[in-house]
Design a protein. Structure first.
Lengths: 317, 310
């Protein structure tokens, strides 16, 4: 940059010319990054922290997990012990959530229900993740006819009514925790596969993937190292939204008598038991399981929404 | 357009066939014959029963017969309810379930869209937050929880509506409300999102600049375009309402198809389970097909036969 003489700049002569000295430039200093660089994940984390509802949901879920793990341990009552003299007691300092018609402690059973719900939700999400990522990743990466064929199959599965399939499988294999998870996974992975495939289809054309290919990287490694990390955002969101729907499905099945069976405690079973006594005024037997189902689903939903906004700011509503 | 339609139609038939085949073989893979539990039947009667229901023939022949009957819309006999066919049950239950599902869908669409539009127009205002909080709650509260809550509050604590059955309009209020909350919430959220997007478009600014009244802008220009995403989810919403009817009909003791379905599950009445599953799937797949069609008609920008490339 060429400095002009002050006469030409038309500035009052009181300012001496010496003041205008070009600052010594230090090329290295100019390159230094002053703000700490934020990775995508840190950036998203900051965005998530601003969403109070999502954080509230997360705090509740942590609380629920603690309750599920330690609740039955700190409770003086066991899940299945029946005390027929203690039937249908309202909540008290002895029985925090009251007792049911067999004298079992509703608090302990609610904690057990949390175990089952969280386990079903997490396992369903995990299995969906594993199958969906492999299937969708392969389909999207291969492209062309393979992709076409694989996606036809997915489309057909996608058209199947989810809960109907689950009910059918439960009827055939018989109720139980593993069958619920199995049944949920049969069609559950389809949504994940579609998302992963869509993302991979887009990202595989980026230059860094091309660069990786020219170095002779193997396909599996490209998918693992280049493609998947860049699709993690939508995958995580999908997983957080799978969990509540799996929890709902378990409660739904248990409620209509197809899920977790009688001696075990599940929120759906407890709600069904509670409903039959609704006219007798034992409100706590219905209230606590249904409250926990709703709060858990609410927490996962708001967390999922928050993650969606945080991980993909372009989609921000 | 017609090639796309044909393709979709073929896909629909294939899906349906897969469901029929899947259900058939799943149901027949269950160990034991349906008549095993009646210990009093002697071998001869057992044999007669099995031949009456064609259970003594090879599985593939049974499968072929079932397919042939299905084409003629014949779902076969019920095993547990003697002298009744699955068609009888469907004929009795379906009108009731249809009524419940139809009113629910109407209520969900109307209230959902209203809520969504109001929230979008008052973006980031108190009403917006309120409407969206209601919506997230609506999505989070399972329909059977909603049903039990409504019964407890509006039928037991304050006996405004009858507790159960399906005989007069006042009987319909609680089940419809319970079933509609979830879909309503989903529609409200979708409407809000797409309304917000549409409201920033240039043609809305043009409409404003022309001096059109806000009512006209919202209803004629914005809402029409904002509703397209809502149409796309109608298919899956119908599915969730349909499965919702199982549990709602059970809770409210409504004599619909869902109640027969759940009952047939509990009594292991396999032909009924099979028939209702196939029937339900047929309806759902048809719904998805119609929604696709409607989408193409409503939005001329989408050429149906080019949808693959999208």
């Amino acid at each position: 940059m060429e400095l002009l003489k002050y006469e030409e700049r038309n500035i009052s002569p009181e300012i001496p010319d010496e003041w205008f000295v070009p600052k010594a430039r230090n090329n290295q200093a100019a390159e230094a990054v002053v703000r700490p660089s934020l990775s995508y994940w840190k950036d998203s984390w900051h965005r998530l922290l601003k969403n109070k509802l999502a954080i509230a949901g997360m705090v509740f879920l942590v609380f629920l997990a603690i309750l599920a793990i330690f609740g039955p341990l700190i409770s003086p009552h066991s899940v299945e012990t029946q005390k027929l003299t203690m039937q249908n007691l309202p909540p008290s300092s002895e029985y925090w959530f009251g007792t049911d018609d067999l004298g079992r402690d509703v608090f302990t059973r609610t904690c057990y229900g949390a175990r089952i719900s969280l386990f079903v939700g997490l396992m369903a999400a995990l299995i969906d993740f594993l199958i969906g990522v492999v299937y969708g990743g392969f389909s999207g990466y291969k492209g062309g006819r393979t992709d076409n064929l694989m996606m036809r199959f997915v489309e057909i599965l996608y058209g199947l009514p989810y809960l109907l399939v689950v009910i059918l499988v439960m009827v055939v294999i018989g109720p139980g925790l593993t069958t619920i998870i199995l049944a949920l996974s049969i069609t559950g992975w389809v949504g994940m596969a579609r998302i992963v495939r869509g993302q991979v289809l887009q990202i595989k054309n980026y230059e860094f993937v091309l660069a990786s290919k020219t170095f002779g990287t193997k396909t599996a490694r490209i998918i693992r190292k280049n493609l998947l990390p860049n699709t993690m955002g939508p995958i995580i969101v999908q997983m957080t939204l799978t969990i509540p729907s799996a929890i709902f499905a378990e409660a739904f099945l248990s409620f209509i008598g197809l899920g977790i069976q009688a001696p075990h405690a599940s929120w759906g079973v407890m709600a069904n038991d509670g409903l039959s006594t609704i006219l007798s005024g034992y409100w706590w037997r219905l209230f606590f399981p249904t409250l926990f189902i709703s709060l858990t689903m609410f927490a996962f939903n708001v967390l999922g929404d928050g993650l969606q906004d945080a991980l993909d700011p372009k989609l921000r509503r | 357009m017609s090639t796309y339609l044909l393709k979709r139609f073929i896909a629909m038939i294939i899906t349906l066939w897969l469901i029929v085949t899947g259900t058939f073989f799943l149901m027949h893979s269950v160990p034991g014959s349906p008549f095993n539990e009646e210990r009093t039947t002697n071998a001869a009667i057992q044999k007669n029963l099995e031949s009456y229901y064609h259970l003594d023939e090879p599985l593939l022949v049974q499968y072929g017969n079932y397919l042939k009957a299905l084409v003629k819309m014949d779902f076969g006999p019920s095993i547990k309810k003697s002298s009744q066919t699955v068609n009888d049950l469907l004929g009795r239950g379906f009108p009731v379930s249809f009524e419940l599902g139809f009113y629910t869908l109407i209520l969900a669409i109307l209230s959902g869209i209203t809520l969504g539009v109001i929230a979008a127009l008052r973006h980031n205002g108190i009403i917006d937050y309120l409407a969206m909080s209601i919506a997230v709650l609506g999505i989070s509260i399972p329909n059977f929880v909603m049903a039990t809550f409504l019964i407890e509050q509006l039928a037991v604590n304050f006996p405004i509506f009858p507790v159960a059955t399906w005989s007069s309009p006042s009987h319909m209020v609680l089940p419809i409300l319970a079933l509609a909350t979830g879909p309503m919430a989903i529609i409200a959220r979708l409407t809000r999102t797409s309304m917000l997007e549409v409201l920033t478009q240039d043609y809305i600014r043009t409409a404003k600049a022309k001096g059109l009244s806000p009512v006209k802008i919202v209803f004629k220009h914005a809402l029409r375009n904002a509703l397209l995403p809502v149409v796309t989810v109608l298919g899956s919403l119908a599915a969730s309402i349909l499965t919702g009817t199982f549990v709602i009909e059970k809770i409210f003791a409504i004599p619909g198809m869902g109640k027969y379905f759940v009952d047939s599950i509990n009594t292991r009445d396999y032909p009924v389970i099979m028939g209702t599953t196939v029937f339900y799937s047929g309806i759902l797949i048809l719904m998805l097909f119609l929604v696709d069609l409607a989408y193409g008609v409503l939005d001329p920008r989408i050429k149906l036969h080019k949808k693959e490339a999208k």
